[in-house]
Design a protein around this ligand. Structure first.
Ligand code: BGC
Length: 416
């Protein structure tokens, strides 16, 4: 199967998960307090902060056309209102390096981690903090905007909120429906205002190719037992509360029970996306308000079902409703022995190519094994294996397979 010419492929990463060296962030703090399964923290990660040149050279060697990377807010604004030129210079160097190899960047402004001072102020729980996020966005776009046309404002607002404020398993470890709704409202506000800000700032500088959206974590929700009315209703309600309400508020500026109107002051209903960003990993079989899975289905090392059809269902459903090019901003799997990652890539790309909707980007999650949040250093999602002790990088078979697809522009079944 030939890949269409305007379908670009590459990899995605997040700042906190690979950079190392930063202790001024909410995840370092959380890890230090015992928040990871192996006691690791993001301070080591991939030491990308010192090795970014080699890492980008490796990306280029692997034929990547596009790269989604994140910015660590705490490096840019280590203290409230104090902006660091050193922080900006670091990201400028990365972007210039990418330019050298003609790899097109997509920059994420917020990916789960906030500076400690912002966490102490209550982060996105409080509407009065929104302005602080927007000041950070303005500073970044003013200083990097000449090198970046494509932006993600916020990564997976639902995963951040639900893990941090409903299950309490991520920072700040709270459990409150009221705080979930407040986060949803404030994050919606921040996304929409950032969307407008990025467009205005780049337009002023004469750039006409700006594209802004958010990366939505989308799952497939199905009742475990189709004949059980409680499973059916639970699946619908969970789908709404976890993802549909946010897709709508972020994209269109519309409030709902989950996204209180009172937090969207000054936001007019409109269109606040230039592409549809989908992060897709798995399907859930829902019982009574519980995530479960089908016993017989294939699973990855974290027990997540591998369900390639899901990526096609989501691309088609979202395209129908929101009518914009699809960017798969993340898709990948945890596979310690690299036993099924190539097949995973093949199956998901095949489904995507068969959807007949305009899929323009595919960012595989992820480039190298990294700091995987609460899983610490124990969950390898990389096309490139990382030895955390020696920092040695080794391209996996699946990495070679993916590079070959990009090079030949042809999707062939992986070798057995
Ligand atoms: C997140 C990534 C994470 C990946 C695998 C996504 O929800 O955006 O940061 O590493 O899933 O768990």
């Amino acid at each position: 199967m030939k890949l269409p010419e305007n379908f670009l492929l590459g990899v995605a990463t997040a700042a906190t998960q690979i950079e190392g060296g930063d202790t001024n962030n909410s995840w370092y703090d959380w890890a230090k307090k015992g928040g990871t399964v192996d006691g690791s923290s993001p301070v080591r990660a991939n030491d990308h902060v010192n090795r970014y040149k080699d890492d980008i050279a490796l990306m280029a060697k692997m034929n990547m056309q596009i790269y989604r990377l994140g910015i660590e807010w705490g490096r840019i604004e280590p203290e409230q209102g104090v902006f660091s030129t050193e922080g900006i210079e670091f990201y400028r160097s990365i972007l210039l390096e990418l330019k050298k190899y003609d790899i097109k960047p997509l920059v994420t402004l917020y990916h789960f981690t906030v500076p400690l001072w912002f966490q102490d102020l209550g982060a996105f729980e409080k509407a009065e903090n929104n302005q602080l996020f927007l000041q950070y966005v303005e500073y970044v776009v003013e200083n990097l905007g000449d090198l970046v046309a494509e932006w993600i404002t916020i990564n997976e607002p639902n995963v951040y909120t639900v893990n941090g404020y409903f299950f309490g398993i991520w920072p700040p470890g709270k459990k409150s429906i009221q705080l979930v709704r407040q986060n949803y409202g404030n994050l919606t506000y921040c996304h929409i205002k950032s969307y407008e800000l990025i467009h205005t700032l780049r337009q002023k500088k004469g750039f006409a190719d700006t594209k802004v959206s958010f990366a939505n974590h989308l799952r497939i929700f199905v009742p475990k037992n189709k004949k059980n009315i409680f499973h059916v209703i639970s699946a619908k309600l969970m789908e709404y509360a976890f993802q549909d309400s946010l897709t709508r508020s972020f994209s269109l500026g519309k409030s709902s029970f989950m996204v209180p109107k009172s937090l969207l002051k000054g936001i007019k209903p409109g269109k606040y996306y230039d592409f549809i960003g989908i992060n897709y990993y798995t399907r859930d079989a829902i019982t009574y308000f519980k995530q479960d899975s089908f016993e017989e289905s294939k699973k990855n090392n974290l027990g997540w079902e591998i369900y390639p059809e899901g990526i096609g269902i989501l691309a088609k459903t979202l395209y129908k409703e929101y009518q914009a090019p699809i960017y798969i901003t993340e898709n990948g799997t945890c596979d310690r022995d690299d036993a099924f990652r190539s097949q995973f890539i093949y199956d998901h790309l095949k489904v995507l190519l068969e959807t007949n909707v305009p899929v323009e980007r595919y960012y595989h999650w992820t480039f190298m094994d990294n700091f995987e949040w609460a899983e610490g250093e124990t969950a390898p999602f990389g096309l490139v294996a990382l030895n955390f002790e020696t920092q040695e990088r080794t391209i996996r078979k699946s990495g070679e397979y993916y590079s070959q697809i990009i090079e030949t522009r042809e999707l062939l079944e992986p070798p057995m």
